[in-house]
Ligand binder design. Structure first.
Ligand SMILES: C[S@@+](CC[C@H](N)C(=O)[O-])C[C@H]1O[C@@H](n2cnc3c(N)ncnc32)[C@H](O)[C@@H]1O
Ligand code: SF4
Length: 399
């Protein structure tokens, strides 16, 4: 992979990017207690207990396979995502962290995040995760409104979610929670009030996602049958603007389209993705981007949990995709990911990756319309006004 260092003196979200966008390990736990009707993540419900020891063995196998391809890297972040990783036993998490540490050097201030659902049973495991080495918990609160939690198919109440956040804050040095807004029937004023409540209980980080109607979900079927009505474009825009205004005013500005943090408390894991660093993904349906030889490769594993397990046990790894990215694919990805960040992208790095220059008149036009800005160090940023049009802006720039 062409590791072109960041060299501009512009301010970075976490002060870490200069010289190295980092290396991270993503671990996917693909099981949930029930499928939420809006969710298209690789999550599966099983009637019988999961054989966690067998999964640990497979994770170990897959980690050592990826380590063979990425010798000499130092791990900046480990992320347990799902699915519902808070269904894992703490000793399962511990053994996977140990396996990561056996395979790579670890940065001294490594971030180890686990995604948790806020039922009381799961909160009961939080201490165990902390003892296993997890130092950041990300909790799926989703709404501070019981009727809406029910409509989202969630299996916890607002009271349980608040209790889980408080428990997490007393155990982990770093916490975050997720909310979904632009929900059916939500007014701007209701969201403003809910967000104000959320900010009162928030620590250093919040993820605030606009509800997306994903293909092949129950919400999509209801939506196309006219039985689930989501906010129109104007209301969505007003909700987004209110989100920026309120979080900014309370010291939790957006550092990415949907992610807000106190300065220095950004998720290092996601920064590795958005800055086009390297990451390996293990577990069913995990993605990776690694530099092997001269190429940056896109990797993805088998999605179906039992098929992934069988493949890892027979072949020593679960990859079903492992392809070099063309310079054009790499540079498109660099723009698409990097322009999500408030720190923006380094135009020189784009040009080095793609071998082509961004068209000056295109930059000037988008800047004149107020959608992007460019600083004296050659960093390009999408403005808050341009953020809802991010995909179109990237397509314009990359054309
Ligand atoms: C991997 S998911 C879920 C993690 C965890 N299992 C949970 O449900 O809390 C990560 C986050 O994506 C967000 N999300 C999932 N589907 C979404 C959708 N259709 N629209 C907007 N946000 C979504 C939710 O906020 C969720 O917490
Ligand atoms: S939202 Fe979370 S709990 Fe619900 S199905 Fe998706 S991954 Fe599972």
């Amino acid at each position: 992979m062409q590791m072109i260092p960041f060299e501009t003196p512009a301010a970075f979200a976490d002060g870490q990017a200069r010289g190295n966008p980092g290396f991270a390990v993503y671990v996917h736990w693909p099981f949930c207690l029930a499928k939420c009707p809006y969710c298209d993540f690789n999550s599966h419900v099983r009637a019988s207990a999961i054989d966690e020891d067998r999964y640990v063995a497979a994770f170990r196998t897959e980690l050592s396979h990826r380590a063979g391809e990425t010798k000499g890297r130092k791990v900046r972040s480990i992320f347990f995502g799902g699915g519902t990783p808070s269904l894992m036993r703490p000793d399962t998490v511990q053994r996977i962290i140990d396996a990561v540490a056996k395979n790579w050097a670890i940065e001294p201030d490594v971030e180890i995040t686990l995604e948790a659902n806020p039922t009381s049973v799961e909160a009961g495991r939080f201490r165990g995760y902390r003892a296993a080495g997890v130092n950041r918990l990300s909790i799926g609160v989703q709404a501070l409104h019981d009727a809406d939690l029910k409509a989202l198919g969630r299996r916890h109440s607002v009271a349980e979610a608040i209790a889980a956040v408080k428990t997490a804050q007393s155990i982990f040095p770093r916490t975050s929670f997720d909310l979904i807004y632009a929900r059916p029937g939500q007014t701007e004023w209701a969201w403003r009030a809910e967000l104000a409540e959320a900010i009162k209980m928030a620590g250093e980080h919040l993820s605030l996602y606009q509800l997306t109607i994903e293909p092949d979900t129950i919400f999509e079927r209801l939506h196309s049958a006219g039985k689930l009505v989501t906010p129109d474009e104007d209301l969505s825009r007003a909700l987004f603007d209110a989100t920026q205004e309120i979080t900014e005013a309370h010291g939790l500005p957006a550092y990415e389209v949907s992610n807000h943090a106190r300065p220095g408390a950004e998720s290092r894991h996601n920064l590795v993705y958005w800055r086009c660093g390297e990451y390996v993904g293990v577990g069913p349906g995990a993605h990776g981007r690694v530099g092997i030889g001269a190429a940056r490769r896109a990797q993805a594993t088998e999605k179906h949990p039992e098929m992934w397990l069988a493949q890892v046990e027979s072949e020593g790894q679960g990859l079903i995709e492992n392809v070099p990215l063309t310079p054009e694919e790499q540079s498109d990805e660099f723009l698409l990911m990097g322009l999500r960040l408030r720190e923006g992208v380094d135009v020189a790095r784009y040009q080095a990756l793609s071998g082509k220059t961004l068209r000056r008149h295109q930059i000037d036009e988008l800047a004149a319309d107020g959608f992007i800005s460019e600083d004296a160090f050659g960093r390009l940023r999408v403005t808050p006004m341009g953020t809802p049009l991010l995909d179109t802006i990237v397509a314009d720039l990359a054309a």
